[in-house]
Write a protein that binds this ligand. Structure first.
Ligand code: PMP
Length: 350
């Protein structure tokens, strides 16, 4: 059977008349623009931001398509990747009726967004090695299962899950499979964007918030079929990406070298930190990572977390998260920050 995302759409959205932005029919040309109730004089800032930005971010998408090796029509851009996460629920999951599947321990927003949208998130735990349990996942699928969320490299465990198992899910499930690759730039493997033409039910999420160092600008990317992009475009807020974000990111994309340098530095620091952490008496286990953070199991994790806050070193306490008992998530810092971290942890070890 041919996969058609419209078959998965919430029924009432099939009739939706989307908002049409001013200027939708008159893009990129000169004229006297009295159609959008903007301030014609200028802005209160030095730079002029008085005109609404391109609602579909075409210039930015053209550049991203080049860099990412996809077609511009396969890109949806959101206000952080948290926006497409929410929009996917709103497009495809009928509240109190449909289900999604998540694989804890994993990124928290899949569940929070499900709760906000009143959609059931069925939990299929990762294995003890933090890999997908593909058999259990396939068994958990029901006729009303719309989305399976897979995070790889996974937050908070740090590792890539098995790519063969992701393929098994893509082949065995007729709904949408989201592969969240927020940390892909720190992993040593090709992105699933290379598989988009093979799997029409695949959505790959990436973000500018990690490797690119642009967390504050809020830019998330969903790579998927043009049909899914069209659905998301119909329900998104009209101007979801600010002009400042669009312009700044477009400029940043000319500076790939700087991004690569930063990633290389973070990877170098990651390696150094592993040895130092493993040498500490309070550390029980440092989990292998494909990300810019480590999940570390420690003696008295909660205590360590609180003691370090007193020293102004802020970590992420994950000790109450399923399968992460005694776990603390540590972002790779600069050399100086990592040194301070290790110094404080050594004091606790004595
Ligand atoms: N996915 C994962 C796995 C994340 O860890 C995060 C942020 N911590 C996000 C998505 C959200 O990123 P953004 O800043 O693009 O909203």
């Amino acid at each position: 059977m041919m996969f058609n995302p419209t078959d998965l759409l919430r029924p009432h959205l099939k009739q939706l008349v989307p908002y049409s932005s001013a200027r939708d029919d008159y893009k990129g040309k000169d004229g006297v623009f009295l159609d959008a109730n903007e301030n014609p004089i200028g802005s209160i800032t030095e730079e002029n931001w008085n005109r609404y930005p391109d609602p579909y971010q075409l210039e930015l998408k053209a550049k991203l398509a080049e860099i990412k090796g996809v077609n511009a029509e396969q890109i949806f851009l959101g206000n952080g990747s948290d926006e497409p996460i929410d929009l996917l629920y709103r497009a495809f999951c009928e509240p109190q009726t449909d289900e999604v599947i998540i694989n804890p321990p994993t990124y928290g927003m899949y569940k929070v967004s499900a709760d906000i949208n009143n959609v059931k998130a069925k939990e299929v735990l990762l294995t003890n090695q933090y890999d997908l349990d593909s058999q259990a996942l396939l068994s958990a699928i029901q006729p009303n299962t719309k989305i399976i969320w897979i995070c790889s490299p996974n937050n908070p465990t740090g590792n890539d899950v098995s790519l063969e198992k992701i393929e098994i899910i893509l082949k065995g499930f007729q709904g949408l499979v989201v592969v969240d690759e927020a940390y892909i730039d720190f992993a040593d493997r090709p992105s699933f964007t290379t598989r988009l033409n093979e799997f029409p039910n695949l959505i790959v999420l990436q973000t500018m918030s990690k490797a690119w160092g642009l967390a504050s600008l809020r830019l998330g990317m969903a790579f998927c079929s043009p049909e899914i992009v069209a659905i998301l475009n119909r329900i998104k807020p009209p101007y979801n990406l600010s002009g400042l974000t669009q312009r700044t990111v477009l400029n940043a994309l000319n500076n790939l070298e700087k991004k690569d340098q930063m990633v290389a530095e973070i990877l170098e620091n990651r390696e150094g930190l592993q040895n130092e952490l493993e040498a500490l008496e309070i550390v029980k286990r440092v989990y292998p990572t494909d990300s810019n953070f480590y999940l570390v199991k420690m003696k008295d994790a909660k205590e360590v977390y609180l003691k370090l806050i007193e020293k102004q070193v802020i970590l992420r306490d994950r000790s109450k998260v399923v399968l992460c008992e005694d776990g603390i998530r540590i972002t790779i810092g600069t050399k100086k920050e990592n040194k301070k971290l290790i110094e404080e942890l050594k004091k606790l070890s004595n």
